[in-house]
Design a protein around this ligand. Sequence first.
Ligand code: KG4
Ligand code: ZN
Length: 346
Amino acid sequence: MSVILAIESSCDETSAAVCVDGKILSNNIATQAVHAQYGGVVPELASRAHLQNIVPVVDVALKKAGKELKDVDAIAFTQAPGLIGSLLVGATFAKSLSLALNKPLISVNHMQAHVLANLIPDRKPEFPFLCLTVSGGHTQIVLCKSPLDLEVIGETIDDAAGEAFDKCAKLLGLPYPGGPLIDKYAREGDPARFQFPEPKIPNYNFSFSGLKTAVLYFLMNAGKSQIYKEAFTATEEERKKFIEENLYDICASLQNRIITILLKKFAKAAKDLGVKDLCIAGGVSANSGLRQAFTEMGQKNGWNTFIPEFQYCTDNAGMIAITAYYKYLNKEFAPLTVQPAARGFE
Ligand code: KG4
Ligand code: ZN
């Protein structure tokens, strides 16, 4: 039997999970509310909140799983990528525990973990499968040959999909993170009302910065044009009124464009590589429009589709734990000298 305690602290979620023989028994997540008022994550505040949260978060994860520290066989933590100050808190905590308990340490890549969140449920994709990982910092198409053999075959050349959601939400005057709010308003709107541009990017790569700029100009022109200085005649009052009156349709149209950009490339990769099992992962995979369109795409093409439960889509230690489980089986342990890194698996 293996009992793995996993810790995730790469951004603004402090999370701990317990995994027993590949089953997640607890996945405790403390979200940091402090960042909402700043319109984005403030790294220094995130590090301090992790320090405050980590002991109680780990304690509750163990209790929920009915385990104690003495039962733990290995300690896993997110090594990269992420905010370095945030990663340091989880890494230092995990190293200290490993030293104190004399149990092995397992370092986990956060992006690999997002993909492997799809191996948590009983119904698992078969290898090789493709995963579209869409988060606040990354947009990748990953070819998964085995749990520990992943290859990034396409990624964004500028903004991530989650960033597109959040930045456009900010332009619409919505609080951070705006992705879930756009999702909510999009359900009430007409996705065909406004046509936002689709970038022409080669291979399996993505680009979202042009979309953000188009939305900016569209709002500056109060919906009359998406071209720079075409009009820009709208006063702030007119702009606000336009957003107020059309918020649901703007959100639906914008979300629809982000989804079509993502799924067109994903479908192309699946067809080219002849892969039949497809997964989505990362914070944006919590988006209800993407989940639905992805499922329909699978049905239409005869592909098996897999989506993690909501709690395993956004940042969580459950996905770190499942990845650590496969590393544990392979005896891939990290030395106590291992260092967290802001970048990796890109
Ligand atoms: O994976 P994640 O929790 O953190 C990163 O590793 O970046 O992803 C966070 C991103 C944010 O951009 C957030 O707006 C987006 O996921 N997100 C959503 C939804 N829920 C979270 N975007 C669209 N619709 C949602 N329902
Ligand atoms: Zn993430």
